[in-house]
Design a protein around this ligand. Structure first.
Ligand SMILES: C[S@@+](CC[C@H](N)C(=O)[O-])C[C@H]1O[C@@H](n2cnc3c(N)ncnc32)[C@H](O)[C@@H]1O
Length: 272
């Protein structure tokens, strides 16, 4: 394992402790909104948080099943390459218009989950200009950078496949270039979990793989990385079967490799 910040090494995964509120709490303008952000903090404090770390970063007791789980390779990889990835991730990437469109369809000051936020730039940073953002990443290095770069966001170090937020709490969920690092056997449940976390008519913007590829390992910024995904058609069927209405989908180039392409889907949770 790469060396971890002291707070991460001291985790007691199954022992909930009282977490102080983050020192970067936002000032929601709507009473309903205030309740919902407290619900999020409560969910983090009661079930997942060991203790707050640094400037508002929460660290969960993530189960680490070591070598058998390729997600552990991904998590450790991003801990090593967080700064390099940030340097390579340009704000003027091909996904920027899709993100802006997603944001524009949400109500002002919406509660938005950015799942797999990386260092928070450009995605969390963009969304936080207009909305209340809960940004999560299971790499502590990424989560710490996001907390520093986007102080108005609530940043948590969490695995998106193990979320324990209350149902129907988010107005929008966005996940860019992250789900493709999760073993695809978990994608159906993950999409169902996003569906549960969204309020009725809530929106998702997802970046998913575009081709059939169960497991791919390769070099990435000097470390070893893992990718896994279905093809576009299977994802579109999966979203519909889960209860989403697909509003638009497009294939866009990866902002870094320029060779890989991804499926970007904007979808709405169907009403009752
Ligand atoms: C390619 S980066 C994308 C970062 C950001 N979304 C962006 O668009 O620049 C992928 C991120 O997903 C995170 N990630 C991968 N699997 C995850 C999981 N199961 N839970 C939370 N974060 C995850 C990685 O740690 C990494 O920071």
């Amino acid at each position: 394992m790469p060396s971890q910040p002291e707070g991460n090494r001291r985790l007691l995964p199954n022992v909930p402790t009282t977490a102080d509120p983050p020192n970067n709490s936002m000032e929601p303008t709507r009473p309903a909104a205030a309740n919902r952000i407290s619900d999020i903090i409560e969910a983090l404090a009661g079930r997942l948080i060991s203790r707050p770390l640094g400037a508002g970063v929460y660290v969960a007791g993530i189960a680490m099943s070591e070598a058998a789980d390729p997600s552990e390779l991904v998590r450790q990889g991003y801990n090593k390459i967080a700064a390099q990835y940030l340097a390579a991730r340009s704000s003027a990437s091909p996904d920027a218009p899709a993100l802006a469109h997603f944001s524009s369809l949400l109500p002002t000051n919406a509660l938005v989950l950015d799942a797999g936020c990386g260092a928070g730039v450009p995605v969390t940073h963009f969304l936080a200009q207009y909305h209340r953002v809960v940004a999560i990443d299971f790499s502590i290095a990424q989560a710490q950078m996001a907390s520093g770069l986007v102080p108005s966001a609530h940043v948590a170090c969490l695995d998106m496949t193990q979320l324990a937020f209350p149902p129907a709490i988010f107005d929008g969920i966005c996940s860019l270039f992250a789900i493709l690092h999760i073993p695809r056997s978990k994608h159906r449940n993950l999409i169902a979990a996003f569906h549960r976390l969204l309020r009725e008519d809530g929106l998702v913007l997802l970046c998913l793989g575009a081709s059939d590829n169960e497991a791919d390992y390769g070099p990435y910024f000097g470390t070893r990385m893992f990718w896994s995904h279905f093809d576009s058609r299977e994802y579109l069927e999966m979203l519909t079967a889960t209860g989403f209405t697909v509003l638009s989908s497009e294939i866009l180039p990866d902002p870094i490799s320029k060779i890989a392409t991804h499926l970007f889907v904007l979808a709405r949770k169907d009403g009752a």
